[in-house]
Design a protein around this ligand. Structure first.
Ligand SMILES: CSC[C@@H](O)[C@@H](O)C(=O)COP(=O)(O)O
Ligand SMILES: [Zn+2]
Length: 209
């Protein structure tokens, strides 16, 4: 099996798993996986597709500018520039972007603070933080409609080979050294968001009773 086919299958499997979680509402979301380092090429989801479906036109190969590396009628994701920032600045191997109700609610609740942090949750160990009082923090940026501006703002938070950024009332973009790590971090973030949203809602209910 060629490297390209291997990476294609790997990304398609991750896409299927995220689809099972129902994290691709209304064609939202985009995913990518690095194929080669020099020159940089990566597979990215084709724009506007239903990411719940598995087809032979789900991904296309793009270069370090996010432009198609091969002849194709497919259009790279509208947010490919964000993936480009990550691959050009870090050793990340996979980038996952999903819109969920929970990540949107958290981004709106803490958007003015420009970040949100979590502590006291066992799942924080998924990020490799083992101390009892470990704190995990995620920046929240404005959802600029102009993608180059969004990518520029996003890029300020791309420092490590693994990381995550919340885009306000839009979604989360998570990256990791490989697909396994990116998915693990994405699931951990969504767990924290979901827990927090439910906790706030239940506290509100308690005070009303
Ligand atoms: C209908 S989702 C809005 C899109 O603009 C975008 O945010 C998204 O996540 C999916 O866009 P895509 O171009 O398919 O990668
Ligand atoms: Zn999006």
């Amino acid at each position: 099996m060629s490297l390209l086919v291997k990476k294609w299958e790997e990304l398609a499997d991750v896409k299927d798993e995220l689809a099972k979680r129902d994290w691709f509402f209304a064609t939202s979301g985009n995913l990518s996986i690095k194929v080669t380092d020099e020159p940089l090429t990566f597979l990215v989801t084709a724009s506007g597709k239903d990411k719940r479906k598995r087809t032979t036109e789900d991904f296309l190969l793009v270069d370090s500018f996010g432009k198609p590396a091969e002849q194709t009628h497919l259009k790279p994701s509208a947010e490919t520039l964000l993936h480009v920032e990550i691959y050009n600045k870090t050793k990340a191997g996979c980038v996952l972007h999903v819109h969920t109700v929970d990540n949107n609610v958290i981004s709106e609740l803490y958007g003015d603070a420009k970040e949100v942090s979590f502590t006291g949750q066992e799942i924080i160990k998924a990020f490799g933080l083992w101390e009892e009082d470990a704190i995990i923090r995620i920046p929240i940026i404005k959802n600029y409609a102009h993608i180059p501006t969004l990518a520029e703002e996003f890029s300020k938070h791309v420092k490590d080979d693994a990381g995550a950024v919340l885009i306000r009332n839009h979604g989360i973009t998570v990256w990791g050294r490989d697909a396994f790590e990116a998915k693990k971090f994405l699931e951990a973030w969504e767990f924290l968001f979901s827990y927090h949203v439910k906790l706030l809602a239940s506290k509100r209910v308690t005070t009303l009773v």
